[in-house]
Ligand binder design. Structure first.
Ligand code: SAH
Ligand code: SF4
Length: 462
């Protein structure tokens, strides 16, 4: 979501003459787009701001300015604290107001023209330099954003934002705000534009993407995600559809049937479960049990036998006992995941779980995380190994590290390195997997390539 937001901020800043640079020392402005989901991510912001202050001073010595903006969820949650602790920051904006960034930058440029940097940082703060906009505007930002441009064969498309579920560990409902679904007609128009720019794969984004219930594109009422995907699949040239992140509670029959019926919908689903213990799932307010999760996975696999799963896990949630953790391990072994993200529980300010008694000691969290990750890695490796010798459709989307090599994604999301000409980025090649590591695979092309009807054939490896 932050990658998508950063791209949209780039879009809104283009008319002001700003363009992205790979070289930070050349920048006239730096926008830090931040994540508040765990403490580690938030802490990084303040250390990075210290470094940026030095660069701002160096720039000044060379007679140019450096505008510093902090965007994203840390900005939303800690806006005033950032302004107070780092008064050299010019702009603090939340995830719902970045369509207003051009206005804010223009104000910051005016302040710079008044030579606001001649004041000490403290004086600057007292003089009211610095812009803070962490509102949740009534009108969604999407109504004010320009149409995006696809930068390659694989593009993100935000369809839903925010969350009303209030899991007891999570800051998202506070930082991203209430759940909102974009109207289906806007999404279809944006998808057609991205495909006409050359995108062949779209990943639909949302904090709770399968809670999608946007206004229908035809007739009255709303569409769920399954219905939306059906309409997207009719777009000529759109060969692959993915979506993330899903909540197990919102995985309905319409979506399961869409997986069975729509070949463009890739057979890989990220479905976070967090824990295998019913006691912990209840305390997390996840709204489902371990058995209900398993039952949904069974239904998915009945509908789509080659579907593979990834997930998110939290270990060391308050009150998590050895037996609760054993339930998580049992679920992992029974369900099987080809990839996963796993985290130690991180108490987040203002969330109910941070105030719960019986916080789990750090060493216990570390020990459980190591055990869990070992099993998850074993499963990931086993899946990758099982792919060796199989042929898969790979969408080539970027240059590899070596010349004469491109990297793409398998239908199951692994990066696949393939010998190929630079000009073939955007092709879907059928490639036989020859070797693998824990996180990627190597393959040689076999059979047809390019824009042909075979391209939606995902060629099941296992
Ligand atoms: N909406 C998704 C998850 C979004 S947050 C869902 O409901 O599943 C992404 C992941 O960050 C979560 O799945 C969770 O595993 C992790 N996470 C969120 N808050 C956390 C916290 N306080 N401590 C540790 N991990 C956390
Ligand atoms: Fe956070 Fe996901 Fe729970 Fe919403 S459903 S509160 S985003 S973990």
């Amino acid at each position: 979501m932050n990658v998508y937001d950063s791209a949209r901020m780039t879009d809104v800043l283009a008319p002001l003459g700003y363009e992205p640079t790979e070289d930070q020392t050349q920048a006239d402005m730096v926008v830090l787009n931040t994540c508040h989901i765990r403490e580690k991510a938030s802490e990084k912001v303040f250390s990075e701001l210290g470094r940026l202050r030095e660069q701002q001073e160096e720039n000044r010595e060379q007679g140019r300015d450096l505008i510093i903006a902090v965007a994203g969820c840390v900005a939303q949650a800690e806006g005033q604290v950032i302004m107070d602790r780092s008064p050299w920051v010019d702009i603090v904006l939340g995830p719902q107001t970045y369509h207003r960034l051009p206005e804010m930058v223009a104000r910051a440029e005016r302040a710079a023209a008044q030579d606001d940097r001649r004041y000490t940082t403290n004086e600057r703060r007292l003089r009211g330099f610095g812009i803070l906009d962490t509102e949740f505007p009534a009108e969604p930002k999407f109504d004010h954003l320009p149409m995006p441009t696809a930068q390659g064969p694989s593009a993100f498309l935000s369809v839903q934002e925010g969350c009303d579920k209030f899991c007891t560990f999570c800051v998202v409902p506070y930082t991203r705000g209430a759940e909102y679904s974009r109207p289906a007609s806007d999404i279809l128009a944006e998808a057609r534009k991205l495909v006409s720019d050359g995108a062949r794969e779209l990943t639909l984004l949302g904090q709770n993407v399968n809670a999608y219930h946007g206004n229908a594109a035809q007739g009255t009422g709303t569409w769920g995600l399954g219905r939306l995907i059906r309409a997207l699949a009719d777009i000529n040239g759109l060969d692959r559809i993915r979506y993330t992140t899903s909540h197990p509670r919102d995985l309905d029959d319409e979506l399961i049937t869409a997986h069975a019926d729509i070949p463009q919908l890739m057979p890989f689903l990220h479905l976070p479960v967090q824990s295998g213990s019913d006691k912990i799932l209840r305390a997390m307010n996840r709204g489902h049990t371990g058995a209900e999760y398993r039952a949904k996975v069974d239904r998915l696999r009945t509908a789509v036998p080659d579907l593979v799963l990834s997930s998110d896990f939290i270990v060391g949630f308050p009150h998590e006992s050895d037996a609760d953790f054993a339930d998580t391990m049992a679920l992992v072994r029974d369900v099987g995941f080809i990839q996963a993200y796993s985290f130690k529980y991180s108490p987040r300010p203002g969330t109910p779980a941070s105030a719960m008694e019986s916080q789990v000691p750090e060493p216990v969290k570390s020990e459980r995380l190591a055990i869990l990750q070992e099993e998850l890695m074993r499963q990931q490796n086993a899946f990758n190994q099982s792919c060796i010798g199989k042929t898969m459709a790979v969408l080539l989307d970027r240059p590899g590290r070596q010349p004469g090599q491109l990297v793409g994604r398998s239908p199951f999301m692994q990066p696949v390195h393939v010998p190929a000409e630079a000009g073939t980025v955007g092709d879907i090649v059928h490639a036989r997997i020859t070797s693998c590591s824990a996180t990627s695979m190597a393959a040689i092309p076999v059979g047809k390539t390019g824009h042909d009807p075979l391209t939606t054939d995902r060629t099941c490896p296992v």
